[in-house]
Design a binder for this molecule. Structure first.
Ligand code: CP
Length: 332
């Protein structure tokens, strides 16, 4: 049975195939490949793009999508094995996953980090519990470790902007935020860009390193795809010659109180302004997965500038997810 919950499910070659299929679907919609098929989506966290783009993808493919919000009209779910369920969680994944599998043909789950540290994020307990107990293919709607559909959409956007991904300089630049956000998106930017053969530079203040397991996985993909990866705490140097400025906020490791992030005026200079683009390549673009907090993570002048591809990037979620869904059903 096929799953797509992490990039390792398809690897660099699979990603290249998915991007080809997505481009083809974007040029010529494939019609009802998934007629009468049903995607179930279980959200532990809110969404605008993921929920809408998956619903529309299934509709365009001739199928249907059902969205469930855990704890909001749907029982709160326990995912730990052996839990004594004497608190607010009324149902266990051991029943919920096989039951949902009797109703739907593919199951998507969104479950962000529990904020318990890098090692816990790497275990990716919730989505992996569903993978163990579901009887149908699984797709990630973003988990603690990765956001693999966002990663694909990002690489499709890079490919469309530069005609290729190989050798494109992608600077993943940390941004300030009100709270320490999870690392799923920056992890996926690193993994997918490395797998696509990009020259990836990860720039962040000291203490905001991405986890070792993700960095090692990205290094393997870069070796396979002739990509390059480097890490720096010097944002200015990183941006020199950048083709893609990909900004994202994420929390430090070890985790700290929320106030300490905003309390540091030294970190506010990391928020991209037009000045940050002065040393970039002449055809540089700006990317962010959205949602974005204007003038906290990114300035208005960048989001509203000709550099910005954030809306194209969000649109591409639709096409890459159509490709992923078609693959899960053996139709691509
Ligand atoms: N980028 C993204 O996943 O957006 P949503 O959280 O709105 O789904």
């Amino acid at each position: 049975m096929r799953h797509y919950t992490h990039l390792r499910d398809i690897g660099p070659k699979g990603q290249a195939q998915f991007l080809k299929i997505a481009s083809e679907f974007k040029r010529n919609e494939p019609g009802p490949l998934l007629k009468n098929k049903v995607l179930g989506m279980l959200f532990f966290n809110p969404s605008l793009r993921t929920r809408t783009s998956f619903e529309v993808a299934m509709m365009k493919l001739g199928g249907h999508a059902v969205a469930l919000e855990e704890g909001a009209g749907v029982w709160k779910l326990e995912t730990e094995d052996g839990a004594v369920m004497n608190a607010d969680k009324a149902e266990h994944v051991r029943e919920a996953a096989p039951v949902l599998s009797r109703y739907v043909d593919v199951l998507g789950v969104r479950a962000f980090s529990r904020g318990m540290g890098q090692a816990d994020d790497d275990v990716d307990g919730v989505i992996n519990a569903f993978r163990r107990h579901a009887k149908v293919p699984m797709i990630s709607l973003e988990s603690a470790r990765e956001h693999p559909c966002q990663g694909l959409a990002d690489m499709l956007t890079v490919e469309e902007s530069f005609g290729q991904t190989q050798g494109v300089k992608v600077v993943l630049s940390w941004a300030p935020h009100l709270k320490p956000l999870p690392k799923a998106v920056p992890n996926s930017v690193l993994l997918h860009a490395a797998a696509a053969g990009c020259e990836v530079v990860v720039a962040h203040p000291p203490g905001f390193e991405l986890g070792p397991a993700v960095r090692e996985e990205a290094a393997r993909y870069a070796a396979e795809s002739r990509g390059k990866i480097s890490y720096t705490t010097d944002q200015k140097a990183a941006l020199e010659g950048a083709h893609v400025v990909y900004t994202k906020a994420w929390g430090p490791e070890p985790r700290v109180s929320e106030d300490s992030i905003v309390a540091s005026p030294a970190l506010r200079g990391w928020m991209p302004t037009l000045k940050h683009f002065e040393s970039c390549a002449s055809d540089a673009i700006f990317m962010h997965c959205l949602p974005v907090r204007r003038n906290v993570e990114v300035s208005d002048e960048v989001l509203d500038s000709e550099f910005s591809r954030v809306v194209d990037e969000a649109e591409n979620r639709l096409w890459v997810q159509m490709a992923a869904l078609a693959w899960l059903f053996g139709k691509a």
